[in-house]
Design a protein around this ligand. Structure first.
Ligand code: NAD
Ligand code: FES
Length: 293
C-alpha cells in the first residue's frame, strides 16, 4: 500500500496528494508518469509526476476530478492509501537525456496551461537545480483556477501569468504572451515546452511553427491505461504511429497530428467508437485497460 501523507485542494476540482512511494521517488525524472489504483477493482489512472523528493521517498501528484474514479480519489485524505502506485513510466523529458552543456546553452520557454502546470513544475525545478534560469508562462481560465503559483515563482527565472478573463495577471491566452515576448519584447528562445489541454498545445504549436521555435508537447491527455495495451493513446507523429504511454508522453509538437488525436480521443469515449477503432487498428486494442471489453 502507498500511504497518502498530504491531501489538499488546489482549486475547484483540482487536487494535490503527496504519496509515500520510495522506489518511484528514487528513480523518477521530469516528464515521466505513474499509474495509480485505489483498490483491487479500481480503474488505472495515469498521472504525470508533479514533484518528488528522493530523501523523504515521496512523490506528488496533481489531478483534476473529471469522472467517477477521480471523484472518488478526490475524497481520499491523509492517512488513506493507494493499492498501486506504479512507476516511473514513459520516457523522461529530452533535456534529462541530452548532453548537459548543450542543454545549458539553450534558452528555454515553458508554457503551462491549467492543470498542465503540474507536469511543467518538475521540469522548471530541474532547470533551476541545474543552474538554468528559464521563462515560464502559466495560463488559467480565471484567478481561482491558477495553481502552484508560489512554487513556480520559486523555480522560474521569469514568470508570466495570464488569465483568459483578466481576473489576475495579464488578460488573454498563453499564445498571446508567447507572441508578445518574441515579437515585441525581443526575446529569443531555442526550445519551447508546452503542456496543457490539447487545444492549447495545438495552438501553441501553430504559433511556434510560424515563429520557427522548436516545441515539445506532452500527450498525457490521450492516455487511458498507460501500459501500451489499450491502444487509446495511438498518435501520428511525423507520419509514424506512436503510443503516448510507451514512446512519450513528450513529442515534437510540430510533428504531432493534433486534429487526429483529438478526434480519436472523442471516438474512444464510446463503446461503438472503441469497437470501430479496434476494427480499424486491430491488435493495438488488447483490452488491457478494461475499457475495450
Ligand atoms: P484550461 O481549459 O483552463 O486552459 C488552460 C489555458 O490554456 C488557458 O487559460 C489558455 O491560456 C490556454 N488555452 C486554452 N485553449 C487555448 C487555445 N485555443 N489557444 C491558446 N491557448 C489556449 O485548462 P484545464 O481545464 O486546466 O485543462 C484540463 C486539460 O488539461 C485536461 O484535458 C487534461 O487532460 C489536460 N492536461 C494535460 C496534461 C499534459 O500532460 N499535457 C497534464 C495535465 C492535464
Ligand atoms: Fe497507451 Fe493505453 S494508454 S496504449
Amino acid at each position: 500500500m502507498y500511504r497518502i501523507l498530504k491531501a489538499s485542494r488546489l482549486a475547484e476540482k483540482i487536487f494535490l496528494m503527496e504519496v509515500e512511494a520510495p522506489r518511484v521517488a528514487k528513480s523518477c525524472q521530469p516528464g515521466e508518469f505513474v499509474i495509480v489504483k485505489m483498490d483491487e477493482r479500481g480503474e488505472r489512472i495515469p498521472l504525470t509526476i508533479c514533484d518528488y523528493n528522493r530523501e523523504t521517498g515521496t512523490v506528488t501528484i496533481v489531478f483534476q476530478s473529471v469522472g467517477a474514479s477521480t471523484e472518488r480519489m478526490a475524497r481520499l485524505q491523509a492517512g488513506d492509501a493507494f493499492q498501486d502506485f506504479v512507476g516511473p513510466l514513459g520516457q523522461p523529458s529530452d533535456f534529462v537525456k541530452e548532453d548537459f552543456q548543450e542543454v545549458k546553452s539553450r534558452k528555454y520557454l515553458f508554457v503551462a496551461g491549467g492543470v498542465g502546470t503540474a507536469p511543467v513544475y518538475p521540469q522548471v525545478k530541474w532547470m533551476k537545480n541545474h543552474g538554468m534560469d528559464v521563462d515560464v508562462i502559466v495560463g488559467a481560465k480565471t484567478k481561482d483556477l491558477l495553481i502552484l503559483e508560489k512554487e513556480m515563482e520559486e523555480v522560474a527565472g521569469q514568470l508570466y501569468i495570464t488569465t483568459d478573463d483578466g481576473s489576475y495577471g495579464r488578460k488573454g491566452m498563453v499564445t498571446e504572451v508567447i507572441r508578445d515576448l518574441v515579437e515585441n519584447k525581443g526575446q529569443h528562445y531555442d526550445v519551447c515546452v508546452a503542456i496543457g489541454p490539447m487545444i492549447m498545445m495545438k495552438f501553441v504549436c501553430l504559433l511556434t511553427k510560424e515563429l520557427q521555435l522548436p516545441t515539445i508537447v506532452s500527450m498525457n491527455p490521450v492516455m487511458v491505461d498507460g501500459t501500451g495495451m489499450c491502444g487509446a493513446c495511438r498518435l501520428s507523429v511525423g507520419g509514424e504511429v506512436k503510443f503516448a504511454c510507451v514512446d512519450g508522453p513528450e513529442f515534437d509538437g510540430h510533428l504531432v497530428d493534433f486534429d487526429e488525436a483529438m478526434k480519436r480521443q472523442q471516438i474512444y469515449k464510446t463503446e461503438e467508437g472503441r469497437a470501430m477503432l479496434r476494427q480499424q487498428e486491430g491488435e493495438t486494442h488488447h483490452g488491457g485497460c478494461g475499457n475495450c471489453g
